[in-house]
Design a protein around this ligand. Structure first.
Ligand code: SG7
Ligand code: ZN
Length: 231
């Protein structure tokens, strides 16, 4: 019964690999970030150190029951984030449709996840909501040539990772999990408050690859606290 509770909300594609491993896990991601469940505080500063010209190896992993996304693997040493004295290196970024985290119970068309890990393999994911707006020129080399099958690789040269991060680094922070199997916990989540814009046709290009979406449903907070420095 307990595992059934946590299993609800999984995309159908994951059903075959869900078992009692989820039993007892109760600090899962994503979550619904609302003004009535966030607490204002002075958060420690975020220091991004990102290459303005790195190469990306972009892949499509559409395998049923596994991660389903378009993922850009970045070159080693291309990026890091330092927070609370800990430095985490950027491994990759990827997207979900619709957004996995909700903002006041609303999804946006897409969500960007930048996955970092520290020397002890602790994971930190920076999330950013993506809204409809102008064409995103920085992401155009990816979204105009999305790898259509798992066999495709797209090489992108001189990608500016800073184009993914806003000047205003106000955020929502909590501790959660991977949003795909094996849903490992202890992941630090930093959801940036400033959204990224993309055109409707860019969003559609991604949604065409994953017509059923690739977002996990929101999970219960179970007493966790979401901190924010959004005034
Ligand atoms: C995506 O989400 C992939 C996964 C990622 C997973 O489907 O990008 O990447 C790899 C290398 O498998 O898993 C461990 C990891 O990064 C979960 O990441 S997420 O929680 O940020 N959505
Ligand atoms: Zn993700």
């Amino acid at each position: 019964l307990v595992s059934a509770l946590f299993v609800s909300g999984l995309p159908a594609a994951y059903a075959d690999i869900v078992d009692d491993k989820l039993a007892g896990m109760e600090a899962q991601s994503p979550i619904d970030i609302r003004s009535d469940n966030t607490f204002f505080g002075n958060l420690s500063p975020l220091t991004f150190n990102l290459s303005s010209s790195t190469t990306l190896d972009v892949i499509n992993n559409g395998s049923p029951g596994k991660e389903k996304t378009v993922r850009a693997n970045v070159a080693a040493g291309a990026g890091s984030i330092t927070v609370d004295g800990d430095t985490y290196n950027l491994a990759q970024f990827h997207f979900h449709t619709p957004s996995e985290h909700l903002e006041n119970s609303h999804a946006t068309p897409l969500e960007l996840h930048l996955v970092f890990s520290d020397a002890n393999s602790h994971l930190l994911v920076v999330g950013r909501w993506i809204n409809y707006g102008d064409t995103n020129a920085a992401l155009a080399p990816i979204f105009s040539n999305l790898p259509q099958t798992t066999a495709d690789h797209l090489a992108v040269n001189s990608f500016n990772l800073n184009s993914l991060i806003p000047d205003n680094l106000e955020s929502f922070r909590y501790t959660g999990s991977l949003t795909t199997p094996p849903f490992s916990e202890g992941v630090k989540w930093i959801d940036l408050a400033q959204p990224l814009d993309m055109s409707a046709s860019q969003v559609q290009a991604f949604q065409k690859l994953f017509p059923d979406g690739d977002a996990r449903e929101v999970q219960p907070l179970n007493g966790r606290i979401i901190l924010t420095d959004v005034p």
